[in-house]
Write a protein that binds this ligand. Structure first.
Ligand code: HEM
Length: 399
């Protein structure tokens, strides 16, 4: 799948919408290792649509799903390999998150028990729907088998599929940017500084283009599946892009963490994919000690010629572009989380006296953080870092 195909499949002549082979819900048994895959892939989206349209109730859904669980018998908890275990966990949590629009009181007890038993048996698995399960595990299975779990039916399901795939496809580009800057910080004398920054810039160009594709996702479609991603008061945080690790690794290798960003990292660590948690911790510690590009340049440890300064400013600008495009798309999708006047623009954000409280309870997003504050703070930090680098390149050697 190319990024140009995201959110365009339903209207493409070569993929006519009436051709069922292109639809994510299929009436054939899955090759997946999870015994719940046939139900979750083939029936869950239609069951949730029936509830959403009032043709069925959550009570009827629970009766059906408990029958499905009973029908599995001991298969519910196969001894199987870890990839089957994570797919089964994904299926159980897809079933559970289907009840989120009704609230956690609607969760069926046998389903909660099956999740608890599976989590006890495989403690490395997230016991709640996480970014890793929803995006990484789900999309890896799509890459392997062409099957992907979605909550929505038909063409809405295709848009939802692309919402997940776009996150997965975009991440390697931002990882490249992190990796190039990491080599600059760790071995500044061993790499060609300007060439590394140019490569990071190309990664971020690509990353921003992925983000821009999301402008094609109709707001109604986003609102159809977003309720299934949310957290709930007292429960775990929801599955959000806020827990995509490479973006935060890039930030850490680029600039030192601020107080608010420290709060964000403290709260987010258990929600990042398992593999990334030690790396985020490592780069948080390094960055706090000054091992980041901005402090290395300001402190004179990383010497940049004119071309390299230009490239570094372009890297910061492109990262900011990603965040501004993301902000614009989010504002369109969730206008209630933003003040009614236009913006916020870069100028507005830079003019803020500082970062704002991300734990402010007004308009918490999927991640549970204040949508407005978490997104504008992220831009604020980049604009502040840019201003410092630009100032130091006029008067080199200042920190
Ligand atoms: C329709 C598209 C999207 C919407 C409406 C959206 C919405 C949001 C919201 C509301 C937040 C704040 C935290 C939360 O409430 O969960 C957030 C955070 C975030 N999202 Fe998205 N998002 C979209 C697509 C994407 C994509 C495609 C990516 C990456 C490829 C992404 C990456 C992030 C990141 C990294 C954060 C944390 C803030 C930052 O570091 O910049 N989002 N998103």
């Amino acid at each position: 799948m190319d990024k140009a195909d995201l959110f365009s499949r339903p209207t493409r002549p070569e993929n006519p919408p009436h051709d069922p082979s292109h639809l994510p819900t299929r009436s054939r048994r899955s090759s997946s290792g999870s015994p719940l895959a046939p139900y979750v892939l083939d029936q869950l989206p239609a069951d949730l649509t029936a509830v959403a349209h009032g043709r069925s109730t959550y009570e009827q859904l629970a009766v059906k799903q408990c029958r499905v669980l009973r029908g599995l018998g001991d298969d519910t908890l196969p001894a199987g390999d870890s990839s089957s275990a994570s797919l089964l966990q994904l299926d159980l949590l897809f079933m559970l998150n289907g009840y989120l629009p009704a609230g956690p009181t609607a969760f069926p007890r046998p389903l909660l028990d099956a999740i608890a038993a599976q989590s006890a048996r495989f403690p490395a698995l997230d016991p709640h729907m996480s970014y890793e399960l929803l995006i990484d595990v789900n999309c890896a299975e799509w890459e392997r088998t062409g099957e992907i779990r979605v909550f929505s039916e038909g063409e809405l399901g295709l848009l939802e599929r692309d919402f997940y795939l776009g996150h997965r496809l975009a991440e390697p580009s931002v990882w490249t940017a992190f990796d190039r800057l990491r080599s600059l910080v760790l071995e500044p004398d061993a790499v060609d500084t300007a060439a590394s920054l140019d490569e990071a810039l190309r990664g971020l160009d690509d990353f921003r283009t992925y983000m821009a594709q999301y402008g094609r996702l109709p707001t109604e479609a986003f609102h159809a599946f977003r309720p299934y991603h949310m957290g709930y008061p007292g429960g775990p945080r929801g599955a959000s892009g806020a827990f995509m690790p490479s973006v935060q690794l890039l930030e850490l290798v680029l600039l030192p963490p601020t107080t608010q960003y420290g709060v964000y990292l403290d709260q987010s660590l258990p929600y990042f994919p398992t593999w990334s948690r030690p790396l985020v911790t490592e780069w948080r510690e390094r960055s706090e000690k000054g091992d980041n590009v901005v402090q290395a340049v300001l402190g004179g440890r990383l010497k940049l010629d004119h071309r390299a300064v230009t490239a570094l400013l372009a890297v910061i600008d492109r990262f900011t572009d990603f965040r501004m495009v993301h902000l614009g798309i989010t504002r369109k999708a969730l206008p209630e989380a933003f003040p009614p006047e236009a913006g916020p623009t870069r100028r507005d954000i830079l003019a803020q006296p500082g970062e704002r409280d991300i734990l402010d309870p007004d308009d918490p997003g999927t991640s549970g953080f204040s949508v407005h504050n978490v997104l504008t703070n992220a831009v604020h930090r980049l604009l502040t870092a840019r201003r410092r680098i630009a100032a130091s390149s006029v008067a080199p050697g200042t920190d």
